[in-house]
Design a protein around this ligand. Structure first.
Ligand code: DON
Length: 318
């Protein structure tokens, strides 16, 4: 695939852009509120701050705590969706929609009116349906092993693992997610038992990755499903396009419009404070700062991305 703005990209001083972004966003370090409903996440140092950019030609620039693993939380929903789309294809859309919810990530209200079919795969209820499909006819342990192995291969880093303490904390604080899963199951939209499905869901959210690993692992999404460094086809161009459109319209829940307005890139946030964004044809950017805005998106992370797209013109609407 031709890199758009290839001339500009080869001239770009990536290190300088990342350094400038980091210096700019440092004044926001510690702003926002950490997720407290999962007790293990509240213990993370609120002053952590990280940026990683990986481009299609492999150029990588890092700043701050970019090598430190953190809880990827809902960013995991992008990767489970990618695996499940490749496994079941368009039939997935019989079980989960592809409309923005305009509601918080853990909202239950639409599920009743819409008969247990979640609005999209990036809200909790939708991701629970996707986790069920990832299990398929196999076991929860096999499903989570498939996901972790996928991430290790994509990131070229075998050290990626689940943080068991976070997974346990999620499960102990998981009354609302249990309610969502039971609600979906009541409408016949889960093939596997609720606790099996949740054991995948809680563990996928508890995967720990650094910004560098996240950006590297998702690079295929910037290049029509092909990893530009290894040349491997990871998913189809069609699936890649669908994933990016869902990230753009639904990746930040009731904050998705504001994120598209300010940053203009397909992105996915997690309540661990990470945000993954994809610049199609260019590369992947991951940021991390644990303080969140009201919708559960990293406050300083979004400011960093805003600064970076202004400097580079990488917004898809530029
Ligand atoms: O299920 C939950 O509530 C969390 N494990 C994930 C939520 C999340 O990351 C929402 N993202 N901004």
């Amino acid at each position: 695939m031709e890199l758009p703005r290839a001339g500009l990209l080869s001239d770009l001083d990536l290190e300088a852009v990342v350094d400038d972004t980091y210096r700019y966003v440092e004044t926001y370090r510690g702003h926002g509120r950490q997720a407290s409903y999962i007790p293990a996440l509240e213990k993370v140092d609120p002053n952590k701050l990280a940026i990683a950019v990986v481009l299609g030609d492999g150029r990588t620039a890092l700043a701050g705590d970019a090598e430190e693993p953190f809880s990827i939380q809902s960013i995991s929903k992008v990767f489970t969706l990618s695996l499940v789309l490749d496994r079941v294809g368009a039939i997935l859309w019989n079980r989960v929609g592809r409309e923005p919810s305009g509601s918080p990530f853990n909202s239950i209200v639409q599920l009743e009116a819409e008969k247990g079919k979640p609005r999209n795969p990036l809200i909790n209820a939708g991701a629970i349906v996707v986790s069920d499909q990832l299990i398929g006819a196999d076991t929860a342990d096999a499903a989570i092993a498939e996901l972790v192995s996928f991430l290790r291969v994509r990131a070229e880093d075998a050290s990626i693992a689940i943080d068991d303490g976070v997974a346990m904390s999620e499960s102990q604080a998981g009354a609302l997610n249990r309610s969502l899963a039971h609600f979906v199951a009541a409408f016949g939209n889960l093939d596997n038992p609720v606790e099996e499905v949740l054991s995948v869901y809680f563990r996928q959210c508890a995967i720990a990755m650094s910004c560098r690993q996240l950006a590297r692992a998702s690079l295929y999404l910037a290049f029509d499903g092909v990893d530009p460094i290894t040349g491997e086809t990871v998913t189809t161009p069609d699936h890649c396009r669908r994933i990016l459109s869902l990230m753009l319209t639904c990746g930040h829940y009731d904050n998705s419009g504001d994120f598209a307005f300010r940053i203009g890139l397909p992105g996915k946030s997690g309540v661990g404070g990470g945000i993954l964004t994809i610049a199609p044809g260019v590369g992947a950017i991951a940021v991390w700062s644990p303080g969140l805005n009201q919708a559960g998106t990293s406050l300083a992370g979004a400011v960093a991305l805003e600064r970076m797209v202004e400097a580079t013109g990488w917004s898809v609407f530029a």
